[in-house]
Design a protein around this ligand. Structure first.
Ligand code: HAM
Length: 423
């Protein structure tokens, strides 16, 4: 026998038994996005490498070590499998002139790719739902995004999620803070680890984001961006907090929340859970007012977030939230050659009338077919033997509910009416 070929590490098959949960999640998310007036955008999975180098940031983990980057062997283009959705969304908006004198509320979903060390809740191919709004200065839209996530947790039946918030100020404020931070880190260079030393001048804010316990005190006492914020940035953040307070949302301010992508300014936020171990963040985002211009567009304020679908599915499982199972209305049982042809036609007619029908295939006794009908969860079995085929009738048997087991002979051309009345 030939050797089997395995899937790629960190890239998962989503099997049919998990499908119901994914489909339920998708359905809830679509309704939820429609309730807030967001329109879907679909962009390619492959983008130019430069998009993320310029968009996400040259010195971020994503760009430095996690991108699936390759050269197109046919034309030498430098390409990547997208590690996130925001940069591609902005690229598409600029390219199609969607940001001139107009606002956009957009969402997308699909696979993203990061070459990370796989573990529970962290994969190399994972799926996001992302939401982006362009042309709004906020803070009302920032608040709406955060509140809409709280609403999604309610719609999904998830509990116990926590919200953390920070503000990163504007570019001038950040530059002043950065200088002060570099001066501070230079004084502590002896205790910095490899990562810290490497990032001291390239990305000093990220040095504070360390998980290294030995550096916690140093990070805690570092100069805080809040001390460098001007009037406008402060008013923006106060406005955001006021709207969240009005909505009755609780949150904690975390001045060490800096995010792993460089495009953010002002509001940043993360929704976390303590039920998934180390991979605690289920949704995260913030404002990125400079990115459109940085990628070649006219300046345009923007804010958005993305959530990790795998993590939310894991959390739904952990919290025992059941997804409704999609079951057929009818399982069509048949035996004999004339019956098979009759059943084939009846199945099409029932489906045209809007019913969900599984037509038995693969032969077998009535008994084994009934076992499959039961296992499918179908509400009814429609049974056709050669006798019924000749008389253009069928045996209609209820499989579920209080009158489960009841059966009667019905003319085939009355099946739709009977089934619709019973539904
Ligand atoms: P991010 O924080 O890199 O932000 O990712 C958003 C979410 O995607 C995370 O909170 C997490 O739930 C999920 N996620 C990230 N990496 C993995 C992984 N390796 N395995 C499983 N899930 C993962 C962004 O991607 C930004 N584009 C969000 C954004 C949109 N900001 C503004 N607009």
């Amino acid at each position: 026998m030939a050797q089997t070929i395995q899937g790629i590490r960190g890239m998962n098959d989503i099997l049919p038994q998990e499908g119901a949960r994914w489909q339920h999640f998708d359905a809830v998310v679509r309704d939820w996005l429609a309730a807030y007036g967001y329109n879907q955008i679909r962009t390619p999975i492959v983008e130019a490498t430069q998009l993320f180098v310029r968009g996400v940031g040259e010195h971020t983990d994503i760009v430095e070590k996690e991108m699936y980057a390759f050269e197109d062997s046919l034309n030498g283009e430098q390409l990547v499998l997208r590690p996130e959705g925001t940069a591609g969304c902005v690229r598409a908006c600029i390219e199609h002139g969607m940001l001139y004198n107009q606002t956009q509320r957009l969402w997308y979903t699909g696979p993203m790719f990061r070459h990370e060390r796989p573990q529970k809740g962290r994969y190399r191919q994972f799926h996001q739902v992302g939401v982006e709004a362009f042309g709004f200065n906020g803070p009302d839209v920032d608040a709406e995004m955060i509140v809409m996530l709280a609403d999604l947790w309610r719609r999904l039946g998830l509990t116990g999620l926590k919200l953390e918030l920070n503000t990163l100020g504007d570019s001038v404020e950040r530059a002043a803070h950065r200088q002060a931070l570099i001066a501070y880190l230079e004084k502590h260079v002896d205790i910095l680890d490899e990562d810290g030393k490497r990032r001291l001048y390239t990305n000093p804010l990220r040095v504070l984001d360390t998980k290294n316990p030995a550096l916690q005190d140093m990070a805690e006492n570092a100069p805080k961006l809040a001390e460098f914020l001007g009037e406008e940035s402060r008013a923006h953040f106060t406005g955001l907090c006021r709207l969240l307070d009005d909505a009755g949302l609780s949150y904690s301010l975390n001045h060490r929340l800096v995010r792993g992508l460089d495009y953010y300014n002002r509001s940043v936020f993360e929704w976390t859970t303590d039920q998934l171990g180390a991979q605690a963040t289920v949704a995260a985002g913030g404002r990125y007012d400079g990115l459109v211009e940085q990628l070649g567009g006219k300046p345009c304020p923007a804010v958005g977030f993305a959530m990790g679908i795998e993590r939310l599915i894991l959390l739904l499982e952990t919290q025992g939230v059941d997804a409704p199972r999609a079951v057929p209305d009818v399982y069509l049982v048949h035996a004999g050659e004339a019956a098979a042809r009759s059943a084939f036609r009846v199945a099409r007619e029932l489906r045209e009338a809007g019913l969900k029908v599984v037509l038995h295939a693969g032969g077998g006794s009535f008994k084994s077919q009934f076992k499959k009908a039961d296992a499918s969860g179908a509400h009814f079995a429609v049974v056709i033997g050669d006798e019924e085929a000749a008389a253009a009738t069928a045996n209609l048997k209820r499989l579920t509910g209080e009158s489960g087991g009841d059966q009667q002979v019905v003319p085939q051309n009355e099946l739709v009416a009977r089934l619709s009345a019973a539904a």
